[in-house]
Design a protein around this ligand. Structure first.
Ligand code: FAD
Ligand code: UDP
Length: 752
């Protein structure tokens, strides 16, 4: 809330209070001095029925909002607030689903219906944990899990505080404590069994008793109910416990909880004993400091172990800190804020970058006799058009079905004046001097080394490719040298006899856990299949490092074209012999145009009318956004490997281009099965199918296939340039031989 209040005015609508003395409904307004959040509490006279109550609340809410200007974002933490607010016009509606509320004791029957309505109208839904997300993920198209974060600094005070609150100071040690609401989710029988089994321990319960009768609570001499305390005071109580408890009943009402107190207890440096709550086991179960026990006997034994652990401040605490390093409310805020901005943008297309419809450029005539028809004005087609015209004096008709040159590397300035890449981020890097020298004829360069962060473990940003910094940040390590990092990776790596797949490559280098954190989800999203089904060459593109080099590429030449790719292509194609036709399909041109030879840089299976079936290509949907802020993220690209996030990465162009501009532009990449063919899919059976098409190509006279799609290779830009230059050399040789042969023939004729 506090963080949202820094960027927006936040009004928090409290549950109404009934006041017998109130004759008319009123609204109590308080401003939180620290956060600036305005807290509005309706005060209602008693006796209103449900309908009347909603009518009154609606009136109060409308009155309060009328005094405030600006766009409204509705944020629901319960669907029960819909009846008096569903009429409000909002730029975005967020539903922050904290629990499976309908499973709660005394849940109102209309809750399920109202939640259905809220799910149908919300633009974005957040869930308070993964289990809840799993349960609800099919109910909304834009739903994101947000397990509890923790204010680490606040709870870490418990590690050093000495002064004890008066009501706890007198209790004998050892002490095992719980804080939180005491309601039907607490396993009261378990609590009683623990108190009985260990009468020498003090069991401290801090928190209000809600929905259950205080008479139902077990009473024992060593069981102390201290009542509710302020959030600010919790560390003081925690400081006085040896072990923190989560004795939750395992039933419908706890199936989806993701207790905030887990990371809080841990931040306070206390071992935790919990019953098997799914999200606790999932997120924290691997920590030595968290003991999970299913029945009373196991729970008591786990408490014994946790007490023993609490007496040694050993590696368990280091592991706790490493696990919590990824977990902060700032990260949660950043990601939620991003989702809200995105959801609002989806509703207001004005914020989205429109693709300008460029007019098709048509040549004076396709009928001119051309030496070559080149299909595709990307790297493959443009390099060959330039070489054939400038070096061999050929006449070339260059066509593309798109309304622009540059193929996938095309860039353009958008409405905010930001130079952006329409088909996702393109970073130029090469080790080939030939390629760098060749392109340098058409552009100056701007030095740029791309850096990528991966957003993992719910919000931690660490360098990818994995390097020493990644390991240190992720596991709270202090690896100082390459050798230490290498030894660490070796200890995690799993031997793989024959490295065949994209899974093998990674697991054999870094082991399963890092593989799952960085590669499995990303690859499944990007390629629509598991890395174990993909050729090793795919993930092998991303190396593993033991040093602290955090550049994405290590090539000798890493630069961006100073005025952009499109300008470089314009210069390349500024040749007298090149005739350019954009917005033109090969199918429409092939019969009409007059040419001797063909160079085809589109998909090879399309050329042969899919005779052997379609070659699989992977596609992407790009979502470009202009943001009214100078910067969005710290580096050019942030990868999101988690499968729960629907996109793979977000790129921000200004990092790459060095442009200064008040606004910024970012692109999300959403992998798709259907759409423009962007990626050939490296798998043995696809390669076998391609080979059949290649055989056809070799048998087709006067046609050459060049480029990523035509040779079905996952090539970078420089590799395509290299391939096109090699193709040109072969053509020049053939032409040269033809010239020599012609000259020899002419000489022979003359001699006769
Ligand atoms: P393309 O650029 O695809 O050009 C082929 C052209 O042919 C297209 O413009 C198409 O419209 C046209 N065409 C096809 N069929 C027909 C037809 N029947 N009639 C008329 N026209 C037709 N590489 C890097 O080096 N660094 C990067 O950072 C990088 N990032 C990338 C990010 C993304 C999201 C993608 C998809 C690719 C990236 N690449 C990157 C790869 C790079 O885009 C390609 O290597 C390069 O653009 C391939 O050039 P090309 O000429 O072979 O194909
Ligand atoms: N990859 C991954 N996690 C990452 C980055 C990459 O799993 O954080 C895998 C994924 O399969 C991806 C491949 O490595 O498709 C190659 O990554 P690269 O960045 O080279 O992809 P591109 O830029 O070509 O899309």
């Amino acid at each position: 809330m506090t963080r949202f209040a820094r960027t927006r005015r936040v009004i928090f609508w409290e549950e109404p209070l009934e006041d017998a003395a109130a004759s008319t409904p009123t609204l109590k307004s308080e401003v939180c001095p620290e956060s600036g959040v305005i807290v509005l509490t309706p005060i209602l006279p008693p006796g209103l029925d449900a309908g009347g109550r909603d009518q009154v609340l609606k009136g109060l809410l409308d009155g309060a909002l009328a005094a405030i200007e600006g766009d409204l974002i509705r944020w629901y933490y319960t669907p029960m607030m819909l009846p008096f607010s569903r009429h409000l016009e909002a730029v975005c509606t967020a539903y922050d689903c904290m629990d499976e509320l309908a499973n709660f004791k005394f849940a109102p029957p209309e809750l399920t219906l109202l939640e259905r309505e809220l799910m149908a109208t919300a633009d974005v839904v957040f869930t308070g944990g993964y289990s809840l997300w799993e349960a609800k993920r099919d109910r909304h198209r834009n739903i994101h899990p947000f397990p509890s974060s923790v204010d680490r600094a606040h709870f870490a005070k418990a590690r050093s505080l000495r002064a004890e609150p008066a009501d706890q100071a007198k209790l004998p040690w050892p002490r095992l404590g719980f804080y939180g609401v005491v309601d039907e989710r607490m396993d009261l029988g378990l609590l009683a069994a623990l108190a009985d089994a260990r009468p020498e321990w003090s069991l401290v319960i801090v928190g209000p008793v809600v929905k259950i009768s205080p008479d139902d609570l077990p009473r024992r001499p060593n069981l102390h109910y201290l009542g509710g305390k302020a959030y600010d005071d919790l560390p003081k109580y925690l400081a006085g416990w040896d072990v923190a408890l989560m004795p939750f009943a395992i039933n419908e009402s706890t199936r989806f909880i993701s207790p905030t107190k887990t990371p809080e207890y841990l931040a306070g440096g206390r071992p935790v004993v919990s019953t098997p709550i799914v999200d606790v086991a999932r997120h924290y179960g691997e920590l030595e400091a968290v003991k999970i026990a299913g029945d009373a006997a196991a729970f008591i034994a786990a408490c014994d172990q946790a007490l023993a652990l609490s007496r040694i401040k050993g590696p368990w605490l280091k592991a706790v800190d490493a696990a919590l390093a990824a977990n902060s409310w700032d990260e949660t805020f950043t990601r939620m804020n991003l989702e809200i901005t995105r959801a609002a943008a989806l509703r207001s297309p004005a914020m989205l970058v429109e693709e300008p419809a460029s007019p098709a450029i048509r040549p004076a005539s396709r009928k001119k006799p051309f030496d070559y028809l080149i299909v595709g004005a990307g790297y493959a087609g443009s390099v060959l058009a330039e070489r054939l015209t400038s070096q061999l004096g050929k006449r070339v008709l260059l066509i593309d079905r798109r309304p622009h040159i540059g193929g996938n590397a095309y860039d353009e300035k958008n409405a905010a004046g930001v130079l952006m890449h329409r088909y996702g981020p393109h970073l130029f890097h090469t080790n080939s001097e030939e390629v760098a020298n060749y392109l340098s004829q058409f552009t100056k360069w701007r030095p740029y080394e791309h850096r990528v962060l991966a957003c993992v473990k719910g919000g931690l940003h660490v360098p990818i490719p994995i390097n020493r910094t990644t390991l240190n940040l992720l596991y709270g390590l202090d690896l100082q040298t390459d050798q230490e990092a290498e030894a660490y990776l070796e200890s995690r790596a799993e031997p793989v006899e024959r490295i065949r797949t994209s899974e093998d490559v990674v697991i054999s280098k870094v082991g399963r856990e890092l593989y799952e954190t960085f590669f499995r989800g990303y690859t499944r999203k990007q390629w629509g299949m598991d890395p174990s089904e993909l050729d090793k060459s795919v993930t092998a593109r991303v190396p593993t490092r033991t040093n602290t080099d955090d550049r994405y590429f290590t090539d000798k030449f890493q630069n961006m074209p100073a005025e952009g790719y499109t300008r470089m292509f314009e210069n390349m194609l500024d040749q007298a012999g090149v005739t350019l036709e954009l917005g033109a399909e090969f199918e429409d041109v092939r019969e009409e145009a007059d040419y001797d030879r063909l160079i085809f840089t589109g998909p090879i299976d399309e050329y042969f009318d899919y005779r052997y079936g379609a070659l699989p290509y992977r596609s992407l949907e790009f979502r470009h956004e202009i943001l009214d802020q100078e910067w969005f993220q710290p580096v050019g690209t942030v990868n999101y490997p988690a499968e729960s996030v629907p996109f793979t990465r977000i790129s921000e162009y200004k990092h790459m281009t060095g442009q200064t501009c008040r606004k910024t532009t970012i692109t999300y990449e959403f992998p798709r099965a259907e759409g423009e063919p962007y990626y050939p899919v490296p798998r043995p059976e696809n390669q076998a199918l391609y080979k059949r098409y290649e055989a056809l190509a070799l048998d087709t006279p006067n046609v050459q296939f060049v480029g990523r799609l035509a040779t079905y290779r996952y090539y970078n830009m420089d590799q395509v340039v290299g391939q096109a230059l090699a193709t040109f050399r072969r053509i020049a040789e053939r032409e040269g031989r033809a010239v020599i042969a012609a000259q020899a023939a002419a000489r022979a004729v003359a001699a006769n």
